[in-house]
Design a protein around this ligand. Structure first.
Ligand code: SF4
Length: 110
């Protein structure tokens, strides 16, 4: 009697299953980020960090080292996808920041 599933077929199935699991996790993460509230500019932590939802509105007289390339999507602390409108930042647990936002502790992602 021959083996009902060859080793190659089993490996292919495992690879497909791994892809499905990864895709599912990514979809759940995106859904979870969508469900989170946006950080309000009036949030006490946001105020203390001078967070703005639109980096083009940064007070460049006050923050003289700001450059237009600086925004949450290029910040080291941003853990979301640059292609999304909002995503998580490690400083604001349970909330999401605008990918086009900015705050005074911005650190360029390397
Ligand atoms: S730390 Fe970075 S990602 Fe978080 S709000 Fe500030 S600029 Fe945006």
């Amino acid at each position: 009697m021959s083996d009902p599933i060859s080793r190659r077929e089993a490996l292919k199935s495992l690879a497909v299953l791994a892809g499905v699991v990864v895709a599912g996790a990514a979809a759940r993460e995106a859904q979870a980020a969508d469900a989170l509230p946006h950080v309000a500019p009036t949030d006490p932590l946001a105020v203390s960090l001078s967070y703005v939802e639109d980096a083009s509105k940064v007070d460049t007289k006050k923050f003289t080292t700001f450059t237009p390339a600086q925004r949450c999507s290029t910040c080291l602390r941003f853990t979301g996808k640059a292609s999304d409108a909002f995503g998580p930042c490690v400083l604001f647990a349970g909330k999401v920041v605008s990918t086009n936002g900015w705050c005074s502790v911005y650190v360029k992602k390397t």
